[in-house]
Ligand binder design. Structure first.
Ligand SMILES: Cc1cc2nc3c(=O)[nH]c(=O)nc-3n(C[C@H](O)[C@H](O)[C@H](O)COP(=O)(O)O)c2cc1C
Length: 254
């Protein structure tokens, strides 16, 4: 029996939250990194005795398209799993129901789901510092309850997740990071981009057609030399002010 966490986490909030959940599992946990554009996800094989966590951030209330494409390549083989959707304190809308549909389509046996909050990776003033101590405590409690559901031999109860089908329309953030004068062309951003949107030969700008606005390149730059337009981020922050300002709590569905 293996413990596996399957995670898409461009800026680390989803991974931090996933780790809080899987640290409660007694055993070493293997990570499948869905941000790796060079990985062949169809090569993974699981055993029905394995236990999995599938974790993605919410982008516009949906599963990020890249994560969805890569998840669909996995063969679930009846593996019992918990879903974890991480969002920036606005809303996760239809992300969890979409995750449930994808996971079931791949053959996973979905037993539990968690929605959790982490710092908003675009408008970073929202949910700053989350997951915090209170979140981690709650996530560990949720993890134990979900694990009981995962270990239970029969799965008679249907999960009632928040969200709607058909899902809301997917929309991109349209924010494409660029390098500034501090860029030394080290190429780390190009290496770490989940969708190969930055050419190592032309580090300056990302390919707007490929870029998913995940903010990974800004996050990994050792020289703080990449950013998106500050005016755009201010405008996004203003739009989000009403929906993001009030603290939202993590939720468990079993
Ligand atoms: C393109 C994009 C779209 C996002 N859309 C939402 C959203 O609809 N609702 C929300 O609350 N947070 C949203 N966020 C915030 C992320 O869900 C949140 O910051 C998450 O923790 C990012 O995960 P990561 O740190 O693993 O990359 C969005 C972030 C990005 C980059």
């Amino acid at each position: 029996m293996r413990y596996v966490q399957i995670v898409f986490s461009p800026t680390g909030g989803t991974l931090k939250t996933a780790n809080a959940v899987t640290e409660e599992w007694s055993g070493s946990v293997e990570t499948v990194d869905l941000t790796d554009p060079n990985n062949d996800f169809s090569k993974y094989s699981f055993d029905s005795e394995d236990i999995a966590l599938i974790a993605v951030p919410s982008y516009g209330g949906r599963v990020p398209g890249t994560a969805a494409e890569r998840l669909k390549k996995l063969k679930g083989s009846g593996v019992r799993c918990t879903l974890l959707c991480v969002y920036g304190n606005r809303a996760y809308d239809d992300t969890l129901v979409e995750m449930e549909d994808i996971a079931k389509e791949c053959g996973f046996d979905v037993r539990a789901a968690i929605a959790a909050v982490a710092e908003h990776s675009i408008a970073r003033r929202y949910a700053a510092g989350r997951p915090d101590g209170e979140d981690i405590k709650k996530l560990k409690e949720f993890s134990k309850a979900a694990l009981n559901k995962l270990r239970d031999g029969n799965n008679s109860t249907e999960l009632k997740l928040a969200g709607n089908r058909p899902y809301k329309k997917a929309s991109g953030a349209g924010l494409v990071p660029k390098a500034d004068k501090n860029c030394v062309k080290c190429g780390i951003c190009a290496q770490k981009c989940p969708v190969k949107a930055i050419s190592p030969e032309d580090i300056g700008a990302a390919d707007a057609k490929k870029c998913i606005s995940c903010m990974r390149c800004i996050n990994v730059c050792p020289h703080s030399a990449r950013d998106v337009s500050k005016a755009m981020v201010s405008a996004v922050s203003l739009v989000l002010k009403k929906s993001c300002s009030q603290r939202k709590e993590c939720e468990l569905f079993v």
